[in-house]
Design a protein around this ligand. Structure first.
Ligand code: NAD
Length: 286
């Protein structure tokens, strides 16, 4: 099955659709003939994207929603069901970064990462899945993990932890839909490599302790952004892999795949974590 056959005519709900990967997925979904629901806390960003997509003849609407707030996500699900139609694709994409040593990390910044990156994904599943299961028609759930979901990186511990958590949550969810016999629900984990976005600019840092270490990690990541993949190209790859029925959706299959193989090897050989001399996220290795 190709992406147009799988997704054309369906409804896509994308959290964090106002920028970066979410906006790329929204543009691709619209291009494939989906009705796109853009959900984000950045009202201006999703309103502008809605206008752009509607001007191109697509069906799109923007709904402000903070994924940290379960009641807001539940209202989003009910509003979409009532006013738009059954959801064919739910993308739990909203996510934030955090830089600095773990012992310097402000408690509020830790909480922000957990609330958005981990609880936000659970809230999406909890609010939307029962309706998608009841609808009885083929439907897809994509959760945004990362190459960071199979790597360990210093100075980004809360983020890396959250992406490992999303990967595990998604793998367990895939087992649960099999266990419950919901064959029409396709659960898939998205593992992007470096994709151009605003994530490093909007990342938290530290206010005391080793501020320089935190900011130099932010700058190292911003340097990588210059060579990062275009979000629309990334979205095209993800939609195609999803339609093929893959579970792990990799924006850069070779690059992310080699990180997965390395992780498997570390666990197989039980090697202790060790610093690397070369940067882990080198997009030149695609
Ligand atoms: N860009 C990359 O290289 C990369 C790599 C691997 C994984 N990812 C993952 O992809 C996802 C998207 O990241 P991005 O790089 O496009 O980031 P981005 O910062 O460009 O976009 C994130 C969007 O999420 C929105 N958002 C933030 N908090 C929210 C909340 N509480 N509720 C609703 N929306 C909220 C922001 O307003 C923004 O529009 C994240 O989960 C991220 O971890 C990104």
């Amino acid at each position: 099955m190709d992406a147009r056959e799988a997704f054309s005519g369906g409804v896509a709900v994308i959290t964090g659709a106002g920028a970066g990967i979410g906006a790329g997925l929204a543009r691709r979904a619209a291009h494939l003939g989906m009705t796109v629901v853009l959900a984000d806390i950045d009202a201006a960003a999703i309103a502008a994207l809605r206008d752009e997509l509607c001007q191109q003849g697509a069906q799109a609407l923007d709904i402000c929603c903070d994924v940290r707030d379960f009641a807001a996500v539940d209202d989003l699900a009910k509003q979409v069901r009532r006013d738009v139609g059954p959801v064919r694709l739910l993308v739990n994409n909203a996510g934030v970064e955090q830089f600095g040593y773990l012992w310097d990390t402000p408690v509020a910044n830790w909480q922000r990462v957990v609330d958005i990156n981990v609880s936000g994904v659970f809230h999406g599943v909890r609010a939307f899945l029962p309706m998608m299961i009841d609808a009885g028609t083929p439907a897809w759930v994509w959760n945004l993990s990362s190459i960071g979901g199979v790597a360990v990186v210093p100075l980004q511990a809360p983020y890396i932890m959250s992406k490992h958590a999303v990967l595990a949550l998604t793998e367990c969810l895939a087992l649960e839909v099999q266990h419950a016999g919901h064959d029409h629900i396709h659960v898939q984990a998205v593992l992007p490599g470096a994709v151009a976005s605003n994530i490093f600019e909007s990342a938290g840092g530290v206010t005391d302790g080793d501020v320089d270490a935190a900011e130099s990690q932010r700058h190292a990541m911003l340097d990588i952004k210059a060579a990062a993949m275009d979000p629309l190209a990334a979205a095209e790859v993800v939609f195609d892999q999803a339609a093929e029925g893959r579970f792990y959706l990799l924006t850069q299959p070779e690059y992310v795949g080699s990180a997965m193989a390395e992780r498997a090897d570390v666990l197989r050989t039980q090697r202790a974590p060790a610093l690397r001399t070369a940067p882990r996220f080198d997009p030149a290795q695609h």
